[in-house]
Design a protein around this ligand. Structure first.
Ligand SMILES: Nc1nc2c(c(=O)[nH]1)N[C@H]1C(S)=C(S)[C@@H](COP(=O)(O)OP(=O)(O)OC[C@H]3O[C@@H](n4cnc5c(=O)[nH]c(N)nc54)[C@H](O)[C@@H]3O)O[C@H]1N2
Ligand SMILES: Nc1nc2c(c(=O)[nH]1)N[C@H]1C(S)=C(S)[C@@H](COP(=O)(O)OP(=O)(O)OC[C@H]3O[C@@H](n4cnc5c(=O)[nH]c(N)nc54)[C@H](O)[C@@H]3O)O[C@H]1N2
Ligand code: SF4
Ligand SMILES: [Mo]
Length: 568
């Protein structure tokens, strides 16, 4: 490997680490504030991955040239409007989008919405026009960090490392690593975070802690918002949220006159009304005075491309389908890049049935679960052999990748595949790799905070507890330290509280209105009663989840479901 060359970690993670080659080893860069010289276990696992070396067609290995011929022929034969371009987030480099440029010009159906942060993102956008995090210095300068539905120390270990000496408050049904490190852990009932936000707002008012200045400047909707908090007697929230009022008081005592940050994660918004829920939390933050201060603020998964002009995108009039509702069977050809929908998309059974009924091309670095159903597999070159830029959804630093080792002979990068197809079809060419990368190198985006803020004025949310019977369990998923979504070390257990009546190693059949699967039980005190917890990447969880879009953002809502569990 060539020494001192830069390598960006390509993985879907808040931290977006910068690495470099030192004496033939890859090390975390010391001069990147967030990376600070360290990489994580998943990066080490990525380096050890058994990457695909040859394309596969009809279960036989073929050469790269042959695979490209087959792909071009299939695309020429197909009715482009009856093909689907589907990307996951296996690699978050900017140049990954090159292929989308080709498929846009070709006329494929594209997806809209997200399997990840879409609902919550829309909620923030509705309140303050863009999803932008404050500069990371403001997090570092705060005294108290409220971690809301995010496993902060696991899913953004480098951002956590910058602030690990702060006082933490965690709101999560699970005793996560960060919950254990927190001064207060509010073990909330799933899908009641908007109720907690309303309750906190009410108490903020009762204790004269609201941000008068902010409320005078951003009057839009604040009174309506406050009115919603008065709809119910405060004591009634204890039973529904599972949080004692004494803890609400403790929280407000702790944050009074302090510099406060709130880091919100995916957990609060994996539901039908995910946008409303996040907007309600953001409105509470505004009411308390967390926004637009010299330090503190609200962090979510920000729009990493904010402030940049996308250098790879091309405008098109392509039809778009919700990524949560994709019916793979309804296309002549499906092109899947950097994703593993057989594990990561909702409703595994219908995903598999759909894939069996169309011509599937998987463009991927490894032979993943989805490749089992592919007609053609094209190996993507390793991130070590591709130039790229990584923008981050956690903070404002970017990372760059140079080529540190030559690409394997029968593999191809996203940029090269796109260039090949664009030439073959006579479409408008992409900018050169140099030009694209230089643009990102030379453009510095200032993370300006919003100019307008609109409080949420109305809430219409159907709580899960309303239809929950005493035998039902909530479905909860969260990321694991040892895996990156469906990649690396996968844990297929269901985790239950001792009060569930099951014991370690029991085999149970879990059923939902959408499907069923069998799991082996692990009992843990860390799980809230009546919750069934699964690590993201569990090969069976998504047999239970709805392949339906949320209310407004066309995104998945993995936790909008109640479960039944019985011994199998
Ligand atoms: N090690 C590691 N790091 C990762 C990833 C990984 O797979 N592994 N994945 C990356 C990706 S793609 C993303 S999007 C981010 C996501 O990172 P996070 O935002 O941390 O997302 P999750 O781990 O899905 O969920 C966060 C927490 O929400 C809690 N939760 C579930 N339901 C509720 C609820 O109703 N209310 C509240 N308050 N909490 C709830 C869960 O118990 C969990 O602890 O992490 C990234 N970083
Ligand atoms: N029930 C439930 N389901 C979930 C979640 C949850 O919390 N609960 N989390 C959701 C979230 S937040 C996300 S982001 C999604 C993630 O879902 P996906 O985006 O589908 O991610 P993975 O399943 O990890 O699959 C990524 C694949 O990309 C491939 N890959 C890696 N690098 C490259 C590359 O450079 N080029 C190409 N072409 N391929 C590459 C890898 O081989 C890997 O198989 O899953 C979602 N699914
Ligand atoms: S913490 Fe995230 S960005 Fe950093 S090396 Fe690990 S996976 Fe990559
Ligand atoms: Mo994600």
């Amino acid at each position: 490997m060539n020494s001192n060359k830069k390598v960006a970690c390509p993985m879907d993670c808040y931290d977006a680490c910068q690495a470099e080659v030192v004496d033939n080893n890859i090390k975390g860069s010391k001069d990147n504030i967030v990376t600070s010289g360290k990489l994580c276990v998943n990066f080490a696992q990525l380096l050890k991955e058994d990457n695909l070396k040859n394309p596969i067609f009809d279960n036989k290995e073929i050469s790269l040239d042959e695979s490209l011929e087959i792909l071009s022929e299939k695309l020429k034969e197909a009715d482009s409007s009856n093909t689907l371009f589907y990307t996951g987030s296996g690699n978050l480099g900017v140049l990954q989008n090159s292929t989308k440029n080709f498929f846009t010009q070709y006329g494929s159906v594209l997806t809209k919405g997200s399997l990840c942060d879409g609902g919550g993102g829309l909620g923030i956008e509705q309140g303050r026009t863009a999803v932008v995090n404050p500069p990371i210095e403001k997090l570092i300068d705060s005294d108290i960090i409220i971690v809301w539905g995010r496993n902060f120390s696991v899913t953004s270990s480098h951002m956590y490392n910058l602030v690990k000496d702060k006082t933490f408050i965690t709101i999560d049904p699970i005793k996560t690593d960060i919950a254990k490190k927190s001064k207060i852990h509010m073990q909330i009932n799933p899908k009641t975070d908007y109720e907690l936000a309303l309750l906190l707002t009410r108490f903020t008012h009762m204790q004269d802690m609201e941000d008068e200045e902010f409320l005078e400047e951003y009057t839009e909707g604040s009174e309506w918002f406050f009115d919603i908090t008065r709809n119910r007697p405060v004591v009634s929230y204890e039973a529904t949220t599972g949080i004692p009022l004494s803890q609400v008081n403790e929280l407000l005592e702790l944050v009074e006159n302090k510099k406060v940050s709130i880091v919100v994660g995916l957990g609060v918004q994996k539901y039908f009304e995910g946008a409303q829920i996040l907007r309600c939390i953001d409105s509470f933050a505004a009411y308390l005075g967390v926004h637009k201060k010299d330090s503190g603020g609200v962090w979510y998964l920000s729009d990493s491309g904010y402030g940049y002009e996308n250098q790879v995108k091309i405008a098109g009039k392509n039809k778009k389908v919700s990524v949560a509702e994709v019916d793979f069977s309804s296309y002549d050809l499906v092109f899947i890049q950097g994703g593993n929908p057989v594990v990561s998309a909702p409703n595994t059974k219908s995903v598999i049935e759909g894939l069996k009924n169309s011509f599937v091309v998987c463009f991927t670095t490894t032979y993943n679960d989805t490749c089992e159903y592919a007609d053609l597999v094209i190996p993507s070159s390793s991130f070590l052999s591709k130039r790229d830029v990584r923008l981050s959804y956690g903070h404002e630093y970017k990372a760059f990748s140079e080529i540190v080792e030559p690409a394997l002979e029968n593999t191809i990068s996203e940029y090269k595949l796109a260039t090949y197809l664009i030439e073959k079809f006579g479409f408008k060419s992409l900018k050169s790799e140099n030009e694209i990368i230089d643009y990102y190198k030379n453009t510095n985006v200032v993370h300006e905070e919003f100019e307008t803020f609109e409080f949420i004025e109305e809430l219409d949310i159907e709580p899960l507890y309303k239809n929950k019977t005493s035998s039902n369990f909530y479905l909860i998923t969260g990321k694991s330290k040892n895996s990156l979504n469906s990649q690396f070390t996968i844990d297929n257990h269901v985790y239950l509280h001792p009060s569930s009546g099951f014991k370690n190693e029991d085999n149970v059949k879990i059923t939902s209105p959408y499907g069923e699967a069998v799991f082996t039980v692990m009992i843990s005190e860390d799980i809230k009663e009546q919750c069934a917890f699964f690590y993201t990447g569990n090969k069976k969880t998504n047999y239970l989840t709805p392949n339906k879009a949320d209310e407004e953002s066309f995104s998945a809502m993995f936790q909008e479901v109640l479960l039944e569990i019985e011994l199998s």
